[in-house]
Design a protein around this ligand. Structure first.
Ligand code: SF4
Ligand code: SF4
Length: 190
């Protein structure tokens, strides 16, 4: 896959920016007419440095590097509210995912804690076939140098059996491992 990285200011760059996104994930950002419905419905927009609509605009202007450096792409929860609301059928959630992958490849990590969380989440899924919440929380706290973070929530959840100290591994875990191996073979960082 190509890296999404462009210089601003010229029409051909704008076109190549949108073209690269199309090649990367098949989404036509040129169709966006900036109505803002995606941003209005995004549950995380309040915390983002750029709204989903602005991210798409940057791509239309050939300013993909600014999008890659934003916190927004790391805060996006992939809930797809924007995608289902878009009147132009622009799959914004997919664009966010592509930008995250490309940003990581190029060393732009807007939020190290979220990147750590992503890595631990995937590791847990690879190991168990599903996420082990307690392992994820403990790992994120220890590697993020906040060992006691949210401990006041964790202990009651543990005592009520909402989280478990040991992971539950799914049957056919080998199938999941094959998926991860295939992604790595194609150059994916998981
Ligand atoms: S909802 Fe769709 S058309 Fe409207 S701003 Fe967002 S991406 Fe563009
Ligand atoms: S997929 Fe991401 S950008 Fe879209 S609404 Fe959900 S959190 Fe917001």
């Amino acid at each position: 896959m190509k890296n999404i990285k462009f210089s601003p200011g010229r029409e051909e760059n704008n076109l190549s920016s949108m073209q690269a996104i199309k090649e990367e994930c098949g989404v036509e950002t040129a169709k966006c007419y900036q109505c803002g419905k995606c941003s209005a419905g995004c549950p995380v927009a309040f915390a983002m440095d750029l709204t989903p609509r602005q991210i798409i605009r940057l791509l239309q202007w050939g300013l993909a590097e600014d999008a890659l450096k934003s916190k927004t792409i790391w805060l996006c929860a992939g809930c797809q509210t924007c995608t289902v609301r878009c009147p132009q059928e622009v799959d914004i959630a997919k664009v966010m995912e592509s930008l995250r992958i490309s940003a990581k490849r190029q060393g732009y990590i807007g939020d190290k804690k979220i990147d750590l969380f992503h890595r631990l989440f995937l590791k847990s899924v690879e190991r168990n076939g599903r996420v082990h919440e307690m392992g994820l929380i403990v790992g994120a706290n220890l590697l993020g140098f906040e060992p006691l973070k949210d401990v006041e929530f964790g202990l009651p959840m543990l005592s009520k059996g909402k989280i478990t100290p040991l992971p539950h591994r799914i049957k056919n875990i080998e199938e999941v491992k094959k998926i991860f191996a295939n992604v790595r073979k194609k150059g994916g960082k998981v």
